[in-house]
Each structure stands twice: as C-alpha cells, then as structure tokens.
Design a protein around this ligand. Structure first.
Ligand code: NAP
Ligand code: ZN
Ligand code: ZN
Length: 351
C-alpha cells in the first residue's frame, strides 16, 4: 500500500514529504492509522547522520500512537478500533536467549528497528512514525490504557521505557535516592517514573532556568552540574543515576556523587567516554558504571500499565509535521519542554 510520510533525504536538507510502500498485512499483522508520533533525540541523530550509518531517505519516528484499522487472521489480542502504541522495535529473531527472556532489545541477531533498518522477513526498508499508517506484527504492538491522553502517551514508547527499564532493573523504590542527568525527553520521564516509584529524586542540569519545571515534574532537589560547590554537596549520595546526556561528557563528577555500590546507568550516549573514567572510585566504593537500552516488549507493557494506574504521561508540545526541522534545532539547543509530539493529522494537510 502507498503511504505518505515525511523523510530526511540527506543529513543537511530539511525534511520533506515522501511516498513509500508499506507491506501488505501478514496474518500476524496489525494495521495502524497513526495519530501522534513523539520526537526523540535519536531521530535527530539519525536524520543528521551522527553515527555515520543512516541510509536516506529515512522516515523517523518510534514513539507511535494510533488506531487499529485492521488485523490479520492470527491476531488474537488487538482489536479494530483499539488505541495502540509502537516503539523502537517491530520484530526480533524470537528464539535467541534474549528474545526468549523478554529482552528483544538485546536480540543476539539484532532487533528490527522501527525505522532505517531492513525487515528481517521480506527485506523491505523499515519506515517510522512520521507517516500516516504502519503495519506491525502483533507481538510488537502495545496496548495503551484508556486513562492516558494518546498524544501524551506517545513518548512513553521510547523515553518512558528507556528510563523505566533501569529503574526497574536496579529495584528503585521507597527508600531509593535517584539522580537524573539532563532534563529533556528521557530526563523528564525518569523524574516522573522514579517519583511515582517512591524515590527521592535529584535533577542534575547544566541549564539554569529549568529548576521550577523540575520541581513541578516531581524532583526533590536540583543540582547545577557545572557548579563544583553544588556537586560537592551531594558527594557519596545516590543509589542510582540515570544519565541521559546525548553527547560526550565527563562522567567522573557524577561517579563521585554515587554512594557505596551506587550505579550510574548511561542511556543517552553510545560513543567513547571522554575524558577517561577514573577507576579508583569504582574500586573503593564498589561503584557500577553500566548502560541500558530501551526495554523488552513485556516490560514496555508493564510500564504502560503502571503509567495508566498513576496517570503518568509526558509533558508535550504538540507540533505539526511542517515544524519538525525547527523542533530539531530547539532540541539541539536543549530547548524542549519536554517532548515534541507530531500531530500526524498535519501530514494530510500538506498536499
Ligand atoms: P533531549 O530531549 O534532547 O534531552 C537531552 C538533555 O540532555 C537536554 O535537555 C539537556 O538537559 C542535556 N544535554 C544536551 N546536550 C548536552 C551536552 N552537550 N552536555 C550536557 N548535557 C546535555 O534528548 P532525549 O530524547 O531525552 O535523548 C537523550 C539521549 O538518549 C539521545 O542521545 C538519544 O539518542 C538517547 N536515547 C537512548 C535510548 C536508549 O535506549 N538507551 C533511547 C532513547 C534515546 P539540561 O539542559 O537539563 O542539561
Ligand atoms: Zn527514542
Ligand atoms: Zn533474538
């Protein structure tokens, strides 16, 4: 079927309309008319080819909310008319150790990502949520609780699960002291989720002026990360820090703020750590430096259900697709409060 989307044709050109083919639905497929799509910093990395492996044209978008318009004969749980979500993955091998333990994001063969990859079954390029319709195997379609505003729920599909997964893995609860580095899409979800789990939450930000918002989102404390005196005051404090910063940065000052056996989880940056990380604090304080990557499908549904119970959605700025380049520029400048979400109805106003 022919689909209208919005694509980047190169690392420098503005995004523009793009017609492409989606597969004919298979027996296990769900066909979804997209209503909203969140704008993740990963979209920006892809569009501007920060990692060097983007193939163009790329239709970004992996925080997808839509309405089901048809289902294949083998689909059991999802019904026509349901409001559903699709996140960063649309398939995986299904049989490796990771897949059989609900960790599809760590599929040994590599998951099929929602955009910019090759579908493992038919070899077609995957195109994401900046488009009017998507076809996805039921296994990778999430149910969205009725209590959640659909536009605000879109960012849960990536920013939500990416921050939920380490909070869950490291058993954050009532007595936990949690730090969050960077107040953007991931950071603001980390604050909301950690708070809802009962933790005492500190935001580390380089941006003077975000303090009031941080408190509103649920943070108990704010530390300006380039203020050495403020950093010293919180030395040896945290059980868990979630670091959402998208670019190379010095993690040593944050390691010093971890308590004994504290854990710093990188979720934002995939490249070499510069400057190098000093081992001493890790040895003396048994501190852990680790990372986390989105989360499994079952875990994503658990997070969505938790958000449904606690009425947690993202704080969004709804934009039209025509405003996407400006949204990227603002995101790069740290000026996003706190997730852009595209109203996909604007795509059809294009022509
Ligand atoms: P975002 O909305 O742009 O937020 C990032 C925040 O980090 C900014 O608001 C800013 O907060 C801080 N920041 C930005 N540039 C910085 C710099 N050069 N130095 C220090 N702080 C900086 O981005 P996002 O959508 O949350 O994504 C964050 C990163 O996570 C991206 O790299 C994205 O690709 C990655 N990601 C990873 C996963 C995963 O599975 N691990 C999933 C989704 C996204 P302050 O102004 O408060 O300092
Ligand atoms: Zn993302
Ligand atoms: Zn697998």
């Amino acid at each position: 079927m022919k689909i209208l989307g919005y694509a980047a044709y190169s690392a420098t050109a503005p995004l523009a309309p793009f017609q492409f083919e989606r597969r004919e639905p298979r027996a296990d497929d769900v066909v979804i008319d997209i209503l909203y799509c969140g704008v993740c910093h990963t979209d920006l990395h892809f569009v501007r080819n920060h990692s060097g492996f983007t193939t163009y044209p790329v239709v970004p978008g992996h925080e997808i909310i839509g309405r089901v318009v048809s289902v294949g004969s083998q689909v059991t749980h999802i019904k026509i008319g349901n409001i559903v979500g699709v996140g960063c993955m649309v398939d995986s091998c299904g049989h490796c150790h990771s897949c059989s333990h609900g960790q599809e994001q760590a599929c040994i063969e590599g998951p099929t990502f929602t955009y910019g990859f090759v579908d493992r079954r038919d070899g077609m390029t995957t195109y994401g949520g900046y488009s009017e319709r998507i076809v996805v195997s039921e296994k990778f379609v999430l149910s969205i609780p009725d209590s959640l505003d659909p536009a605000g729920a879109a960012p849960l599909l990536c920013a939500g699960i990416t921050t939920w997964s380490p909070l869950h893995q490291w058993k954050v609860g009532q007595s936990s002291k949690v730090g969050v580095i960077g107040l953007g899409g991931l950071g603001h979800m980390a604050i909301k989720l950690a708070k809802a789990l009962g933790a005492e939450v500190t935001l580390f930000t380089r941006s003077i002026g975000k303090e009031a918002d941080a408190f509103q989102l649920g943070a108990d404390h704010v530390v300006i990360s380039n203020n050495a005196a403020q950093m010293n005051q919180v030395a040896n404090t945290y059980d868990l820090i979630i670091d959402t910063v998208p670019y190379a940065h010095d993690v040593n000052p944050y390691m010093d703020t971890l308590g004994f056996e504290g854990v710093l989880v990188l979720v934002g940056y995939f490249g070499p750590l510069e400057p190098a990380v000093t081992a001493g604090p890790m040895l003396r304080g048994r501190k852990v430096l680790t990372g986390s990557f989105i989360g499994g499908i079952a875990e994503t549904q658990e997070m969505l259900d938790f958000c449904g119970q606690h009425e947690i959605v993202s704080d969004i700025e709804l934009i039209s697709i025509q405003g996407i380049d400006e949204a990227y520029d603002r995101m790069l400048a740290g000026d996003v409060r706190y997730r852009f979400v595209i109203d996909i109805a604007s795509l059809r106003q294009q022509e």
